[in-house]
Every structure is written in structure tokens, then in C-alpha cells.
Design a protein around this ligand. Structure first.
Ligand code: GLN
Length: 304
């Protein structure tokens, strides 16, 4: 299959969708991003890659970082992880507080904000320098030592992150955050601020398409079973409260972020990353979702 030709076609098809949706502005440092940006990148487990548009331009990966920290928490072998966070779609907004009260401070899944706070808390309990460890991990899996936090974005989020802090303190009142809330949230804001390109991201998450092993170096990141399970969670919980619609249209384990990025996995075959900053109501990239839908239509690469 000529993936470059398919991506070139998508770049033409996607034009009417660019600029639609709304750039996330609740994090002030993200508000000024050009809404017309669009990039897409694939890396296959066999070493083929293809890119279009702004695929080499860095953007804020935001909630896509929740896959990184979940992988690190699983790799740390924390036995308590699934007692402290669920594995069900939330059906509500990614930063909703309502369920936390009803469900005694146990977040529905690791991909909504509250669940990601618990995962980051677990990392803080296992690793002395969690921010450095996250950087080291993401640089290793993407094979790019230049990857860094965007400190202005992290700072902007810390200054306006009252809702995230509220969730952290609320969960702490139920005993479900073990470290200091401000320290956990500092790590969380930094992981969300990671600045990466579509090309970096599609390369980084190849281990999820290859049974937990980086194909080029054959380095095992997590066991196959854990990789399968992260894919299962991405499919059922990775796209917030439009996860059902996304599964219907695209049908791939995926994770989005409010920076406008989406990572999708074709198990056994490839990792795809797309970026376009305009978001739909549910906080997922509007043109990015359309581009993935087109990719699946052109290639037939869906898990169903
Ligand atoms: N940093 C963002 C937040 O906590 C991440 C949310 C997202 O990408 N959906 O609000």
C-alpha cells in the first residue's frame, strides 16, 4: 500500500475541515495556536513512514501524555493501580468533578484528568525524579533527545489549573492521592506540556502496535498483555465522551489531547498521529478525527 499517496489524498480532502472547531483557550498559552495547522504521520512496525503537512512541527501533546504515564505506572508493577482507578468510559467531560463525589474519589479510567492524576501520583510514589523520568522515557521511545517540556505551557496551566487542583484535593480527601497534591499536579502539568510533532508521536507509540516492544531496537517496554490492555483502554476510554462515536467512525484504539493531537494504533501494523488544533464539543480534534476516518476508509485498517 502506498501510504504517502493516501496521506497526500487526505491532505486534499481535509481542506474544508481546517479551521473548524474551537482552539482550546482555557489554557491561555494554547489559545494563540493557528487553527489552520494540520499534520499527519504514520510509522509502521516494518519501518515504513509517511508524513504530510505540519507533521514535523511541535505542538502541546496534552492528554496524549496520559498513555506515557500509564505505561510507566504499569511498568513500575504497582499492584494497587486498578483498585484506585477504574476501566470504564466516563460518559462525561474529561475534567468533570461530578462522578468523583458519587464514586468515592475513584476515577472512572486513567484517561480522564482525575484518573491521570492518580496514575501520576503512583509514578511519584515509585520514582524519585518523576519529571526527569518522563522526559527520559519519552525521548527513548521516540528516539529524539530534543523532546522537552514547554515550560510556558506548564506554567500557564499551573496558573489556571484550579479545576485540576480541585480534583486532586477532592481525591486526596478520599485517600486516593498519596503524595502532596501540588507536587503531583506539577508533574501532571509538565507531562501535558510536552512539545512533540506528529512524527515523534507516531514513532513513540509504535510499541503499542508491536506487542509492547519497540520494533527497531527490539527493546521490550511492557509485556504483550499490558500493551493489549492499554489498547483496550484507549478504544473504550481514549476519546472522552465521544468514544462511541469515534469507535463507530474510526474503530482504532486512540488517545486525544486538547492541543489538537490524536494518536491511533493499528495493532500489529502501525501507529498514526494527527494534529489539527480546532476541537469538537467533546474536546477532540475535529479535522484530526475526520482525517483518521478518511485513512481508515481508504486503507480498510480498522480493528473491526
Ligand atoms: N492539560 C489538560 C487539562 O488538564 C489536558 C486535558 C486534555 O488534553 N483533554 O485540562
Amino acid at each position: 500500500m502506498n501510504y504517502q499517496a493516501i496521506l497526500n489524498q487526505i491532505q486534499k480532502d481535509i481542506k474544508p475541515y481546517l479551521g473548524q472547531g474551537k482552539v482550546a483557550d482555557y489554557i491561555p498559552a494554547l489559545a494563540g495556536i493557528d487553527p489552520i495547522k494540520f499534520g499527519m504521520s504514520i510509522h509502521t512496525v516494518d519501518g515504513i513512514h509517511a508524513h504530510i503537512g505540519d507533521a514535523q512541527e511541535n505542538f502541546s501533546i496534552q492528554s496524549i501524555s496520559k498513555i506515557l504515564t500509564l505505561t510507566m505506572a504499569i511498568a513500575a508493577n504497582d499492584a494497587g493501580i486498578w483498585k484506585r482507578v477504574g476501566r470504564e468510559p466516563s460518559g462525561s467531560k474529561f475534567n468533570s468533578l461530578i462522578q468523583l463525589e458519587l464514586e468515592q474519589g475513584i476515577p472512572r479510567n486513567p484517561f480522564i484528568n482525575a484518573g491521570a492524576h492518580v496514575i501520576t501520583d503512583i509514578i511519584c510514589s515509585h520514582i524519585r525524579e518523576p519529571k526527569e523520568a518522563i522526559l527520559e522515557f519519552v525521548r527513548m521511545i521516540s528516539m529524539n533527545d530534543q523532546i522537552d517540556f514547554d515550560y510556558a505551557v506548564a506554567q500557564s496551566e499551573r496558573e489556571t489549573g484550579n479545576r485540576n487542583l480541585a480534583m486532586g484535593y477532592f481525591m486526596k480527601s478520599f485517600g486516593n492521592i498519596h503524595n502532596k497534591v501540588r507536587e503531583v499536579l506539577d508533574v501532571y502539568f509538565h507531562q501535558c506540556s510536552l512539545s512533540m510533532s506528529c512524527s515523534d508521536l507516531s514513532k513513540a507509540f509504535l510499541y503499542l502496535a508491536n506487542e509492547g516492544v519497540i520494533p527497531s531496537s527490539e527493546k521490550a517496554i511492557i509485556p504483550k498483555k499490558a500493551s493489549d490492555r492499554i489498547n483496550a483502554l484507549m478504544l473504550t476510554c481514549g476519546m472522552y465522551d465521544s468514544v462511541g462515536d469515534f469507535a463507530y467512525r474510526v474503530g482504532l484504539p486512540s488517545k486525544s489531547g486538547v492541543g489538537g493531537g490524536i494518536v491511533s494504533i493499528v495493532p500489529g501494523e502501525m501507529s498514526i498521529a494527527v494534529w489539527s488544533p480546532g476541537l469538537s464539543e467533546s474536546g477532540n480534534s475535529l479535522a484530526g478525527t475526520k482525517a483518521l476516518e478518511l485513512f481508515v476508509n481508504y486503507t480498510g485498517k480498522t480493528i473491526f
